[in-house]
Design a protein around this ligand. Structure first.
Ligand SMILES: [Zn+2]
Length: 348
């Protein structure tokens, strides 16, 4: 991956190459931003630049420098086959692994996933690639033990030992504590590159030991992919809530529960956004497009979300989101949500 392959982010990139050129490389970096906005691309291009034997410098106001793309280091990085490049990422049990699995057991799949999506693939897409859509992937103790182990080894090529931890927010507590020890006592010539979407779930002690780079919001713009499907589901579900015919509502909940947890989380997040937009349309006259394809519904529904019920709606959705994230029974959580929503909408 070269910097020139990344969309935008020129200020961020130019600052990073300046730091590398000056030799003040931090042994622990955190790159924050949506994966489909290029955060993992940036991390890979950074590591390629770091070890490149013939860095190229440009005049002009786009990129100030980039890796050459030709030297042995660049070639090995591009194919993700550099022997000093290690990866840890959320993983979950599949049919082919025994119970002591860790990221390394899925390395071939992960490499394939990165190359196929040009390192822009999201966590959901990774789970789909791995065939574990309904499971929550995690970075666990065994992954952390390998981070320590791999970084403790001698560098194969004599340069930096590079460890990319993708989605560190998916570390469990034991893994996070293990990582913390590594951050406190770094081995020489090692570089930990944490690449995540949010640092809210990282231990403050981890956050304080890494140099953070935040991507600017100018994503490649794929987040609206599921919007049409979600809009359809949302409208159907809302209609059932108004009718409150138990049999039909149960069928609808069944349909939502069958989606898989990651999809449910996205759907609930999407619904939260729609409710907020409806509220703003209703109270502040801001434009709101549910996009259900049913004009009458799109025009009428926002009137249902008012100052009387927006808080009830918000907390009902957040509670459901919380339950789904913690692997509660999705059907029960969504049924409970349906009742709370139905009650809230009546209070308008
Ligand atoms: Zn090179």
């Amino acid at each position: 991956m070269q910097f020139k392959d990344i969309v935008g982010q020129r200020d961020v990139i130019n600052r990073l190459t300046e730091i590398i050129d000056s030799g003040r490389v931090s042994h622990a970096q955190l790159v924050l931003g949506p994966t489909d906005g290029g955060s993992l691309q940036l991390a890979l291009a950074y590591l390629q630049y770091l070890g490149c034997e013939h860095r190229v410098h440009f005049d002009g106001d786009d990129l100030r420098a980039d890796s050459c793309g030709e030297c042995p280091h660049c070639k090995k990085m591009a194919s993700l086959m550099h022997p000093d490049l290690h990866f840890v990422f959320p993983n979950a049990a599949t049919a082919k692994v025994d119970k002591n699995y860790w990221s390394g057991d899925f390395m071939a799949e992960f490499r394939e996933f990165l190359l196929e999506h040009k390192a822009l693939g999201t966590l959901d897409e990774w789970y789909a690639h791995l065939g574990v859509e309904n499971k929550q992937g995690m970075i666990r103790e065994l992954d952390a033990a390998h981070i320590v182990g791999d970084l403790g080894l001698k560098s194969y090529e004599g340069g930096w030992k590079m460890m990319v931890i993708w989605m560190p927010e998916k570390m469990n507590a034991a893994a996070a504590n293990e990582l913390l020890k590594t951050l406190e006592e770094p081995t020489p010539q090692t570089l930990l590159m944490l690449v995540g979407e949010s640092d809210e779930r990282l231990l403050p002690t981890i956050r304080s030991r890494v140099q953070t780079v935040r991507l600017k919001a100018e994503s490649a713009g794929r987040s609206g992919e599921n919007q049409a499907e979600f809009a359809g589901l949302l409208v159907e579900w809302l209609r059932m809530l108004f009718k409150l015919k138990m049999r039909e509502l149960a069928d609808e909940v069944e349909k939502l529960a069958a989606m898989g947890r990651e999809q449910q989380k996205q759907f609930l997040g999407y619904t939260l956004e729609v409710m907020r937009d409806c509220f703003l349309k209703n109270t502040a006259g801001l434009p709101c497009n549910i996009g259900s394809g049913d004009e009458k519904f799109d025009a009428m529904f926002p009137n249902m979300v008012t100052t009387n019920n927006i808080e009830l709606i918000n907390s009902a959705l957040n509670e459901a989101l919380f339950a789904v994230e913690r692997n509660a029974n999705a059907k029960i959580a969504l049924m409970q949500l349906s009742f709370s929503m139905s009650k809230a909408l009546k209070k308008r």
